[in-house]
Structures are given as structure tokens and as C-alpha cells.
Design a protein around this ligand. Sequence first.
Ligand code: SF4
Length: 564
Amino acid sequence: MPNEDQRSAVEIIKENSNYLRGTIEQGLQDRITGAISDDDTQLTKFHGLYQQQDRDLERERRKQKLEPYYMFMARIRVPGGVCTPAQWLAMDQIADDFANGTIKLTTRQAFQFHGILKRDLKDLMQAVHGASMDSLAACGDVNRNVMCSPDAFQSPIHEQTLADARALSDHLTPRTTAYHEIWLDKKKVDPPQEDVEPLYGKTYLPRKFKIAMAIPPRNDTDIYAHDVGLAAIADGDTLLGYNLSIGGGMGTTFGNPDTYPRLGDVITFCPRDKVVEMVEAIVTVQRDYGNRSNRKVARMKYTIDRMGLNVFVLELTKRLGYELEPPRPCEFTRNGDTYGWTEGVNGKWSCGLFIEGGRVRDTEAAQLRTGLREIAKIHKGDFRLTGNQNVIIANISKTNKPKIQKLLDEYNIIKGLGTSGLRLNSIACVALGSCGLANAESERYLPVLITKIEEILTGLGLQEDEITIRMTGCPNGCARPYLAEVAFIGKGPGSYNMYLGGAFHGQRLNNLYKESLSEEEILAELAPLLKAYAEQRNEGEHFGDFVIRQEIVTEIKHGTEFKH
Ligand code: SF4
């Protein structure tokens, strides 16, 4: 444990913030700048807000000696990814009223808005509240949006896991009243009483904390990429509990060998009635033992490797007061989403839609945003955001199904059919445009690159084959790139490190194949590999497994073997 004076600057900011207030309120009133203070930029993350700048204008404004074009990103939590049509309509309205006219569906089942000006922040937050939603703890050093397999009506198990995801989310949400006070003008109690954070304390967690649940055989939330992963174990229609994994995490820093992506280790079967207390106990171990001096190695994955998995688990059992049960048999065979129409066990229908890059907007080819708005106006079920940036229009009655199909046709919204298996399994982070950490394009470029790769695939007869491809603008890993069969991490403008060999079911990290490749080099590298795959693969073998078997890259058994 670092001693007090080794604590990082962010730890001091948190401690002195009076439970996440800082000077945010005063900063909002300062009309001279479009920014808030540096300290407050750390605190607004806990409120779901990131200060960013328009990266496309960066150089020009610097030349003109103007302040950067500051704008904010707001992330709206949706535990388990489920929202109502009224909430969808509210998000759609917010995109026009306060953001850049688009909605970003994130890789963690949240809504994200970009391009918000400081003067509009409060109105946006009130509009979110008006839709019975919030952005508290969507970012920051706390437990974030709890993910859950989204197609909740495919079996009674889905519904039960969704209930548990919501219970976990409620239990781990910070208790500070700062959010209501700053954004919703809730009156301060008189005389003022200090907030209490029974779980987190004044300094919250050392770093972000992420939980995801999935129902085998589909690992559609990539549970092993999360601090806590929960794989549902059922007996028929009854959910018994979860195989619980700890220590997953994606982010790395180029050139810093102390950082690496890591898959969660499965440590136990957790009965359903103990899941909240067990996850809470894990959070407290990380709270007390996580590194608070160096944020680069503060995630729980590093705490576990520093302490040793056995010691971490020993500490956990001490806090729980009982021994952990061994994990139960459980197998994932795939990740990704289901596209098109499926009938649920309750007789209702769902329609999974492919949303490229998670960006909901109208284009010449398809009026996606308008179409989804019109659907939300007549839809009586719900919308489900997936962990792969897609959406499911769920719980549709037989009578409404043709009406929704008609709207999908009218606005040319594809359900994924007719698109390559590669594109349907693609994820991209926002990167350039707004993210301050991006070295290269991602969301705006991956579709272009995929079109070029599709030409190769079509020539080889591989256009239908499902291959996971992910791209991020930096090694932080927001699109979980280290799990993809093919991944690209931005090194600089137009230059990417290429990683190969992730598993299709999300249970193996990929490995560095080549560094700093241009588009031309990427295509030149991929063409012979895909040709060999088409000609030499075994029956049913996925591309990630093929490149490992062929020793094109070596298999990574633990994150510490990862090369930058
Ligand atoms: Fe930004 Fe990097 Fe995350 Fe992409 S992966 S959104 S570039 S921080």
C-alpha cells in the first residue's frame, strides 16, 4: 500500500472534492471559457461527463491563438442495456437539442452524446433526469454501467440475469448528493449535512471498475474483459448463480511494460442470493489494496497480479466469512449479436439491428435515426443496447411486428443481412473527432478499411464468415480490441499496430503481429493470411484459432506476456 504522500494528484482531488462537488458549479457559471478547471475535469467524470475538444479544429484554433474548441461528452447509464421507447425518444431529442445530432451506442450498453457545450450541460442533465435516467457513475473511479446479455426474452434466465444486473447497479451506485445538487438544483439540506459513502469512502476506488454478465453459450458482453465477470449457471429455467471471474481489463500504455490487457480468472461459483455481497466484497478488496499512487497500474487486474491471485482470494474469503465454491461446468462458444427477427419464449418478437460503429444517425443510404424515432413512437416493448454497439428492438407483439418491419423497410434500416460476417462483428471506438487520447482514426475509418478487406474476402469466398475485427485510436482499449481475432490500435495518423489471434468466444487475448502499418501494408499483410485461412482451415475453425495453430502469432496465456 502506498503511503499518504505518494498518492496521485487525482486521489487528492477526490479527497478534497466534498464528495465529487469540487468547484463544478462555479465553473459552469464562468462564461469566459468553454472549459472547466483541470481538477473539476477529474470530478465531472464521476457525473458521466468528459471534457474534450474538437480535434478536427485543434490545429487551426492553435494557429489563430484561440482557446481549444471545448465540448463535453455525456455518457448515460443503462444498466443491462434496457430502455423504454419513451427513453429512446428522449435520447433522440437530446441529440438534437444539446449534442451533435447523433447518438453513440457504446461498447458497454450506454448512450453517449458528443459535442455538448458547457452552457448546455445542465439542461442536458435535466433532460436525462426527465427521462428517469442518469449519468452518475457512468465514468470515474467507481463501479460503472453493469452489463448484461441484452436479449432478455430468449429464455427466463435472461430476465433473471437482468434483474441481478439492476440490483448490482443499484447497490454499487455512489450515494453522494452532489449530482442532484449540481445538475438538478436539489436544495442543500439546512444545516448542511456531510454526505456518506458507506462503500466507497471519500476517495472512491483507485480506478474504474466494470462488471458484465453473460449467459452461456454466448459471451456477448465479453465478461473476461471486466473486473468482475458473471457467467450464468442455470438448472432448466432457474438461474442458480454465476461462475465469477475477476481481474479482466483491456487498457495498456504504449511503451510501458508494466501495463497489459488481462483476462479475468474464474474463481468460484457464486450462488444467486450471494452475488451482491460477493461483488461488494471484491470491490472493497480493490478499494483497500488497489494502487493509489500510479493510476496506470491501479486497475484491479494489477492489484491481483501484485498480491497474487491466491492472496487476493484469501482476503476475499476472510471478508465474506465463508469458503468459495468451485466453479461449475460452463462453456462459451461465441460472442457477437443476433441480427434480424427472433421469437422470444414469451411469444414476443425481437429484431436485432446492426449499427455500424454504434453511431445512430441518418445517412443518404439509410435514415437510421429517423426510422428508430418513428419506431419508438409506435413500439410498446423496449430497446436493448448490446455490448457490441448494436440495438435490439425487443418485446414486440405479433400485431406490431409488421408495422415495425414496414418502418424498417421505409427507412432502409438493414438488420445485418447482406452485410459481411466481418463487418457484422466489428467494433470501433470514437477516437479522432473528439477523444483527446486518440492517435489515429477509428470509428470514421474502420468501415472504409472493412470495405477494402471485403474485396479480399469476397474473392476467397469468405464474405459470410464471422471474424471479429476491432479498432481503437489508442491502446486504452475502449472497443475491447485485445479480444478480437483481428485488431488495430492507432499508433499515429494513418498508422496502426496489428494484433491477431483473439478467440471468437472472447476467452483468449490476441498478440502483436506487426507494428505501425499503413492501410496499404495492412491489406498486403491480411491478403495472404486470409487466403491461407480459406485454403487450409479445419472444419469450423475460426480465424483467430487458425493463426494460433499456424503459429503466425504465439498464443498469450497471461496478460503479462503481452507485447506492446
Ligand atoms: Fe479514445 Fe483510446 Fe478510448 Fe478510443 S480507445 S475512445 S482513442 S481513449
